[in-house]
Design a protein around this ligand. Sequence first.
Ligand SMILES: NC(=O)c1ccc[n+]([C@@H]2O[C@H](COP(=O)([O-])OP(=O)(O)OC[C@H]3O[C@@H](n4cnc5c(N)ncnc54)[C@H](OP(=O)(O)O)[C@@H]3O)[C@@H](O)[C@H]2O)c1
Length: 281
Amino acid sequence: MEYRTLRNQNQIPAVGLGTWQVTDRAQMVDVIGSAYEAGYRLIDTAAAYSNEIALAKAIAAHEIPREELILSDKVWNTSRGYEAVQEACKKSLKKLKTEYLDCYLIHWPASMKLYPNWEEMNADTWRGMEALYQAGLVRNIGVCNFKVHHLEALKKTAEVMPLINQVELHPGMPQEELLSYCKAEGIALEASSPLGNGQILTHEVITEIAAAHQVTPAQICLRWALAKDAIVIPKSTNPVRIRANLDVFGFTLSEEEIRRIDAMPYCGGIGIDSDEVEEFG
Ligand SMILES: NC(=O)c1ccc[n+]([C@@H]2O[C@H](COP(=O)([O-])OP(=O)(O)OC[C@H]3O[C@@H](n4cnc5c(N)ncnc54)[C@H](OP(=O)(O)O)[C@@H]3O)[C@@H](O)[C@H]2O)c1
């Protein structure tokens, strides 16, 4: 396993498990069992995924020691603001049956399309995140789906800038500007939907490079993102894929291969623009 060292010197595994759309409790037990056995320690969830209780039950079912896990959770859009974010975090801690979160992220910035005061709203929510960090309830605070202008706006009032920014990043969506901004600012970039939600695995650039390395298309996508120093959190409920998605440290891509992947057009993923999005609940 590779690790990423955050600006506060805390370490995060470079590969974690995504859990969006895993809501069935029995399935969660199987998924967490396979992932833990394979070596995953970082698990990404969110209040909006409605699976925090299922995740806690799965962790308990496998008797996984809390200190071995890096639990990452997110506050949903309905809990914006200084007080609301702290309340939401406490509810999530209860559901996850834990005293602390390793990572807690704002799921979406307030959309400028809906809120003329989006800057103020994000700043206020962030103050609540800082309070959670200072209280020790959260070891690392961060954001998701923040673009450069969201981060620049936050900078005006933040005492601690986000340690992590989780955004859609995969072949076809290389996030070059945001990636170099985050690197310069000491913000770790975490790739959500690193497999483009499974939709990019048949693109010929990916399949050709996979064949050349005798690995799977998913492994190529993950290796490419890791080469950019991102943290990746692929989701799978299939034990064979769960194992394979972690087995990405035995080969490297050439510069030419990375350039070919960088040049791919957008061909799948979540594709939600955080400036354009209507509030969804
Ligand atoms: N912050 C945000 O706004 C945000 C947005 C999106 C996602 N996320 C996080 O990022 C995680 C990953 O993103 P995602 O769930 O959208 O999609 P993803 O990880 O890019 O792709 C998951 C899809 O690919 C399939 N898959 C996984 N491994 C595979 C393999 N080795 N070969 C072929 N197919 C494979 C999965 O199916 P099987 O399960 O059948 O294997 C699933 O359909 C989420 O679960 C969530 O934790 C965050």
